[in-house]
Design a protein around this ligand. Structure first.
Ligand code: MN
Length: 237
């Protein structure tokens, strides 16, 4: 499966996306948070949310937009949508890797959380896939916790689907993600991302990353994750 994904990703990068290279790039924008800064309390406190969204996320976005004005990167990425940049980026373009990853990952993260209780339960096709691929919803949560615990240093924990809709859990270091076909150990389409950088939890949880992830798992917007699971993967939205 990994080989097939790489193959598809590379064909895509080298054909469809290639045609768009060299056009004008307007720059990416910071999407609005889908809830208030204090809406996820007590799981995530307002101050952490404020710094995380208004400082950390914004910095990745600004750095990405600034880098994409440089000639080298204009030639390489043109006006590619964010997912296209992630598929194409290699280890040699660190500034793009870190900041395109940082922007994409945080956008997904905000959308994957919700203050609305009714949205916090998986159902339908996603629930069936979870039961098929992990045994149960509880087992999936255990795996996400374990992966969070085992990720050394800064990074992300992911629930992904492959091109056949099979689910798997993985993690990546720093701001990498599973769409980075030239970098990631495993390629997949992320449908849930959990930020396990210390900046995501240190104010409230200090060194207790597992406690933080347990709290995050209580506020996941499974309704949104379900939409990501069911829809066709698109480059650019
Ligand atoms: Mn973060």
């Amino acid at each position: 499966m990994k080989r097939i994904l790489y193959f598809v990703a590379f064909i895509f990068v080298n054909t469809t996306l290639g045609q768009q290279i060299g056009e004008h790039k307007p720059g990416f924008v910071l999407g609005e948070l889908p809830y208030a800064l204090d809406a996820l309390e007590p799981a995530i406190d307002k101050e952490t949310m404020n710094i995380h969204y208004n400082k950390h996320h914004l910095a990745y976005l600004n750095n990405l937009n600034a880098a994409l004005l440089e000639d080298l990167y204009v030639k390489e990425y043109g006006d590619l949508p964010l997912e296209g940049i992630l598929l194409r980026v290699g280890e040699d373009h660190g500034v793009i890797r870190n900041n395109a990853g940082g922007h994409y990952n945080h956008q997904l993260f905000w959308n994957c959380l919700t203050p609305i209780k009714e949205k916090r339960v998986p159902s339908g096709l996603l629930l069936q896939a979870i039961q098929r691929d992990f045994g149960s919803f509880d087992k999936l949560k255990e795996l996400l916790l374990l992966e969070s615990k085992n990720r050394f240093g800064s990074g992300w924990v992911w629930l992904c689907k492959d091109l056949n809709g099979v689910l798997f859990v993985m993690s990546t270091p720093n701001q990498d993600n599973p769409l980075m076909a030239r970098i990631s150990n495993r390629v997949g389409i992320p449908i849930l991302g959990i930020d396990v950088w210390e900046h995501a939890y240190y104010l409230k949880y200090q060194n207790k990353r597992v406690d933080y992830v347990k709290s995050v798992l209580e506020i996941v917007n499974w309704s949104y994750v379900s939409e990501q699971y069911e829809k066709e993967f698109e480059i650019g939205k």
